[in-house]
Design a protein around this ligand. Structure first.
Ligand code: GDP
Length: 296
């Protein structure tokens, strides 16, 4: 594992054997390599800086263990730091309301995988014997509403009947009423997305959050977005009561630096990873797996 970084660090440390502690200069050189590895994995620059500062602190004064190559020591410090920054070994599941229905609101840019993820969550919850209702609030895109209805069928759950001409807040109210009256455990609200961040989208999503007071407001983001991830996460976090992140396309080629960037910028737990286009392609987040991927 981590061959690319390992090779680079071996070069840095070849000269080092025989010395008692890692010197500041050695650490600086090693951290330069770590920095490149993180940037190559598409971690956002401010997050890379923060990470390197912490890792440097940890590495300073570390005794060189005879049986362990210094390169491996630095890799371990880096890997452990990444796991910690990604939230450690604790896996955060969904917060379910004490009094059903639990409301889960999905937010994110158009194309992030928001609607697909709503369907995946519905399937997951229905496997846990929850009665789930899916509702699309994407009034500007009838196709998105139909897509959610199809996903509901695939997941074997109900979707709120589509009433053309209703506003998003009105659909949210109707969905909440149906969920309550018909004894649903979970209502998933799929909000409208935009290709870019815009004020109309944000204020509509904020209003829906106010109306529905969700137990979970999940930001769905594409794991391949790279440097843009920070801007997106910040913008949504400022306006919505986000409780967690879902990163989609974790099955793609990217090294997934966006996961670290978004987690660092928002402090929110990453709850799930989307790992395929299929309805069952949703895994619980695993910090070790993602840290390993970032190191390449
Ligand atoms: P939305 O506009 O945010 O609702 O995005 P969609 O849910 O319509 O997803 C956009 C595209 O991404 C669709 O073709 C999905 O099948 C695909 N997609 C969503 N999640 C994943 C994932 O985890 N992995 C892969 N490979 N594709 C995904």
């Amino acid at each position: 594992m981590f061959e690319a970084l390992s090779d680079r660090l071996t070069g840095v440390f070849d000269r080092l054997s025989g010395r008692g502690v890692l010197s500041e200069k050695d650490i600086d050189e090693a951290m330069r390599e770590v920095r490149i590895a993180l940037l190559e994995a598409d971690v956002a620059l401010p997050v890379v800086r923060e990470f390197i500062a912490k890792a440097k602190e940890r590495a300073t004064g570390e005794a060189v263990i005879r049986s362990v190559r210094p390169a491996d020591q630095v890799i371990k410090i880096t890997y452990d730091g990444l796991v910690e920054m990604l939230g450690g070994d604790e896996v955060e599941g969904l917060n379910l309301a004490l009094n059903p229905p639990t409301i889960i609101m999905m937010a994110g840019l158009q194309g992030s995988g928001k609607t697909t993820t709503a369907g995946k969550l519905a399937l997951r919850l229905s496997k846990d014997r929850k009665k789930v209702l899916l509702a699309s609030l994407d009034t500007r895109r009838p196709a998105a509403m139909e897509q959610l209805a199809m996903l509901a069928k695939q997941a074997g759950v109900e979707s709120l009947p589509i009433v053309p001409g209703q506003s998003a807040p009105d659909i949210a109210r109707r969905a909440m009423q149906s969920a309550k009256l018909q004894g649903y455990d979970v209502l998933i609200l799929d909000t409208a997305g935009r290709t870019t961040l815009d004020e109309a989208m944000m204020s509509e999503a904020a209003e829906i959050a106010r109306i529905s007071n969700p137990s979970e407001t999940l930001l769905v983001a594409d794991a391949l977005t790279g440097q843009d991830a920070v801007r997106t996460a910040k913008a949504f976090h400022e306006r919505l009561p986000l409780t967690g992140l879902v990163l989609t396309r974790a099955d793609g080629d990217g090294r997934g630096g966006a996961a670290l960037s978004m987690r660092a910028v928002t402090g929110l737990p990453i709850k799930f990873l989307g790992v395929s286009e299929k309805i069952d392609g949703l895994d619980a987040f695993d910090a070790r797996r993602v840290a390993g991927r970032i190191l390449g």
